[in-house]
Structure formats: structure tokens, C-alpha cells
Design a protein around this ligand. Structure first.
Ligand SMILES: Cc1ncc(COP(=O)(O)OP(=O)(O)O)c(N)n1
Ligand SMILES: Cc1nc(C(=O)O)sc1CCOP(=O)(O)O
Ligand SMILES: [Mg+2]
Length: 235
């Protein structure tokens, strides 16, 4: 699967699982399979931290995760490592503001999906629609899963982007739990990206299922309240 049209991509962003071996007590490939069975719509392989796998071991794990994603028709995004994404023919790459510049990455990956992290309205305005497919906006809430995370911003940062007509698909990330998922969608996000809400759960599939239901219900509510608002203005 290559660059998706925006509406398909928005659906794929609904429940985005980000993970690497540092986040999992068991084989990450098993976590991925359980979470996909529960309802995860997109997966990112993010192999980071002190004991992160490198070289052939990292590639082997990425390939095993990719095989599972393919079996279920779920796109796999590789965090930071453009060479790995190309080597295993993953569906996309996610980069941050401090990573390889988006225009260079786009030249290397052709029509694979490209995600960019943004932390503010200013960064969102600089994201080039011709190059980037979606934005990961965060951290929305405090997170323990990223050592160098910036200060939590709250869902208001997404609301501001939507009010100012930022049109690129948006996924919120950082500290998003079952209880707080709806706040992120209500602010205007197309979906949520999570590590610990799924990898830290006793039952990965059940956690994914609850989260995806919460996201779908919040999107549904948002849609009907928008259509009521439209009706009110046309009365
Ligand atoms: C969906 C999503 N959004 C944001 C990030 C963070 O990317 P980055 O800022 O490059 O930090 P690292 O993940 O590389 O530590 C992400 N990975 N995914
Ligand atoms: C990978 C990542 N990026 C972030 C950002 O703000 O860009 S926050 C984050 C960690 C998300 O993990 P959890 O769901 O466990 O909080
Ligand atoms: Mg990065």
C-alpha cells in the first residue's frame, strides 16, 4: 500500500499502535498481532532506548512485524529509520523535527506514507502538504514512554489547528489513555497514537478493542454534533 488518499489515511489513523521491544514484556510481534485482532488500524515500529535492537536483529523483528501487519492488511510505518523502511518495503516512515528533513525523506521513499511530528501551530503551518501525509501532534498529555518528550500541551493544540484550518490528517500522541481518548478526538484529531495504553495492558487485544470503540464513538458524536450545528445555521 502506498500514499493513501486522505480519507483512507484518516481511517487508518484511528488507532495507531507505536511500539518497539523496550515497550513489550513479550515478543512485540505477538503484541502487534493481538492488538490488530482487537482493532488497531496502523502500526509503527519504533525501536528506541538503551537496549534497542540494532542491525540484523532489528531488521529481523521489523520483518516479522511486517509479515503480521500484511496478513491483516494493516500498514506498517517505520520510525526514524528510512533505510530500514526501504529495505523491508514498509508502507511508510515517521520522522520528527530533529530527524532527516521531510523533503529529503520524500525523495528517498517515493510514494510511501510519510508522517511528521509537530508540537505547535507554527510547526503545523510549516508542514508541506505536498510532502507530508499526516502529522503526529504531541505530547498531548504527560508521557513516560519518551525520554526526550516535550511539555504536554493538552488537546487544545489540536483544536487550534482545526480552527485555523490545518487540513493534513492529525493523530494525537502522548499519555493517551482509555479515559482521555475522547478528549483528543473531540478536539478534532482523526485518531490516537498510543504506546503504553496497549503495550502496558494485561490484555492487548481487549485494550485495543476498547480504545477503537471509544475513538469510533467520539468520531460519530463529533459528526452528528457538526451536522446539527449546520442544520441550526440553515434554519
Ligand atoms: C505518530 C507519532 N507521532 C509522533 C512521534 C514522535 O516522533 P519524534 O518526535 O521523531 O520522536 P521519536 O519517536 O523518534 O523518539 C512518533 N514516533 N509517532
Ligand atoms: C513516541 C512519542 N512521541 C511523542 C510526541 O510527543 O511526539 S509522545 C510519545 C510516547 C507515547 O507513548 P504513550 O502512549 O505511552 O504515552
Ligand atoms: Mg524521530
Amino acid at each position: 500500500m502506498s500514499r493513501l488518499e486522505a480519507s483512507r489515511l484518516r481511517k487508518s489513523l484511528r488507532l495507531y499502535l507505536v511500539l518497539g521491544s523496550a515497550n513489550c514484556k513479550i515478543d512485540p510481534a505477538i503484541v502487534v498481532e493481538e492488538a490488530i485482532r482487537g482493532g488497531v488500524t496502523l502500526v509503527q515500529f519504533r525501536e528506541k532506548g538503551g537496549n534497542a535492537l540494532k542491525g540484523a536483529e532489528k531488521e529481523e523483528l521489523a520483518r516479522r512485524i511486517h509479515t503480521i501487519c500484511r496478513r491483516f492488511g494493516i500498514p506498517l510505518i517505520i520510525n526514524d529509520d528510512v533505510d530500514l523502511a526501504i529495505a523491508i518495503d514498509a508502507e511508510g516512515v515517521h520522522i520528527g523535527q530533529e530527524d532527516e528533513p521531510a523533503d529529503q525523506v520524500r525523495k528517498r521513499i517515493g510514494d510511501k506514507i510519510l508522517g511528521l511530528s509537530v508540537h505547535s501551530m507554527e510547526e503545523a503551518e510549516l508542514a508541506d502538504h505536498r510532502i507530508v501525509d499526516y502529522m503526529g501532534v504531541g505530547p498531548i498529555f504527560p508521557t513516560l514512554s519518551k525520554d526526550d518528550a516535550r511539555e504536554a500541551q493538552g488537546p487544545g493544540v489540536i483544536r487550534e489547528m482545526k480552527l485555523k484550518n490545518v487540513t493534513l490528517p492529525i493523530v494525537g500522541i502522548g499519555g493517551i489513555s482509555m479515559e482521555r481518548a475522547s478528549e483528543v478526538i473531540d478536539a478534532g484529531a482523526d485518531g490516537i497514537a498510543v504506546i503504553s495504553a496497549i503495550t502496558g495492558a494485561a490484555d492487548h487485544g481487549a485494550a485495543a478493542q476498547k480504545l477503537v470503540c471509544e475513538v469510533a464513538a467520539s468520531i460519530e458524536r463529533r459528526g452528528s454534533s457538526q451536522s446539527h450545528q449546520k442544520d441550526d445555521t440553515t434554519k
